[in-house]
Design a protein around this ligand. Structure first.
Ligand SMILES: [Zn+2]
Ligand SMILES: [Zn+2]
Length: 394
């Protein structure tokens, strides 16, 4: 069977997250989105853990459920170089074990859902592995709190534990075409996750993975990550990397985009006085050590925007407002969920609800969308193509 999984999100107990990030809301929104499985997030936080225990039913070790959506135990941690790592754990007893161990190295493990540890990446992997967990770098290319912001190679961070890394999370500003320019990543499974801080449909599941498994369980998901017994990731689905906040090198104050050369010449100062931040695209071009031909195991990456944003764009708004919910709901009432609308439903059926939106979804599926790239902390934006293909703004 094929399942849609979003491994990375945050509870209301992580910094800068919505107070709505509680299990009943997450589960309801995940179902509307069409996600079969989502991460619990933030599992070391004591109040969140007791909320999880109250709201989730255990199906088997490591697999939980509520309202038809399944949950896998996940947490993101920050290491002593401020690099973020995503962890998946097999059971609540292992959560307790690792929490006790990490507590020795953390002053905020009881306060912040995404806790800081005074440990290096290699020391974190060592401990996660002795708790039988799965680990990989989170949003690996973002210019803040990521592994490639700090190091030129995963080996510099994970050292003797490099071979124990199970996956790499691409982050919103990168995709497989970009990441496969780097040879040390060829054996790693790539994840595309939302890192959602609010449950709404343009955040939760804005990126997700489609896995081929036998059952909806933790152990099957682990096999897919490790590509064992025919289980694997069959598709990464996510934003066009140009829509990510840090895709291009740009000023963090006025968002003016610069070439890498220009940024260096200007000593990373914008004409407005703001700081220029190196974008994911330029960072990957610096790290590039091969052509971006994909290894045989690499699944396709489908670029798609959340339906809410497509509807907002069609109606000429930049953001998803209340006025747009009626049409969104019409789509969801007719079809099973948003992922089906975006990926599977035939054009003819979509057209019956709204021709313009159907046209837009089709252009998206065919890669015919014009995008103004993001950078400096501002998301890129979608534009309806009004000119010929040759005039796309890249
Ligand atoms: Zn993070
Ligand atoms: Zn500026």
């Amino acid at each position: 069977m094929k399942i849609a999984v979003d491994f990375h999100l945050h509870s209301k107990y992580s910094g800068a997250t919505s107070g709505k990030m509680e299990i009943p809301v997450i589960s309801k929104e995940a179902e509307l989105k069409g996600l079969d499985f989502v991460g619990t997030a933030d599992v070391f936080h004591p109040l969140w853990l007791s909320h999880l225990k109250k709201t989730l039913e255990k199906i088997e070790e490591g697999t939980f459920e509520t309202g038809g959506v399944r949950f896998i135990i996940t947490v993101e941690v920050e290491d002593n170089r401020r690099i973020h790592h995503l962890i998946i754990l097999p059971s609540l007893s292992k959560v307790k074990e690792l929490y006790e161990e990490f507590k020795k190295y953390s002053s905020d493990i009881d306060k912040d859902g995404r806790c800081h540890l005074s440990l290096g990446g290699n020391e974190i992997v060592e401990r996660v592995k002795s708790a039988e967990g799965i680990i990989g770098p989170a949003h690996a290319f973002t210019p803040w709190t990521s592994i490639y912001a700090e190091y030129d190679s995963l080996r510099d961070c994970y050292k003797e534990y490099f071979d124990k890394i199970d996956f790499l999370e691409l982050g919103l500003s990168a995709d497989t075409d970009l990441a496969d320019y780097i040879s040390e990543l060829k054996n790693l499974t790539f994840m595309s996750n939302s890192d959602a801080h609010s449950p709404w449909p343009h955040r939760l599941g804005r990126e997700f993975n489609i896995l081929s498994v036998e059952e909806k369980t933790y152990s099957e998901i682990v096999k897919a990550i490790k590509r064992k017994n025919g289980r694997n990731f069959v598709m990464n689905v996510g934003l066009d990397p140009k829509l990510g906040k840090y895709h291009r090198t740009a000023c963090i104050k006025c968002f003016k985009i610069y070439s890498l050369e220009e940024a260096i010449n200007r000593k990373w100062r914008c004409s407005c006085g703001g700081r220029i931040k190196k974008g994911v695209y330029d960072r990957i071009m610096e790290l590039k050590d091969k052509e971006n031909n994909h290894p045989d195991h690499r699944p396709p990456y489908m670029r798609i925007a959340p339906l809410a944003e497509i509807i907002a764009l069609k109606r000429g708004c930049k953001v998803f407002t209340r006025g747009n919910t009626a049409i969104y709901e019409k789509f969801l009432q007719k079809f099973k969920n948003e992922i089906d609308v975006l990926v599977n439903v035939e054009y003819k059926e979509l057209e019956e609800i709204d021709k313009e939106i159907a046209d837009f979804i089709l252009s998206y599926r065919e890669g015919k969308i014009c995008i103004t790239p993001g950078g400096g902390g501002r998301y890129g934006s979608l534009n309806i193509m009004t000119r010929g293909l040759d005039n796309w703004i890249i």
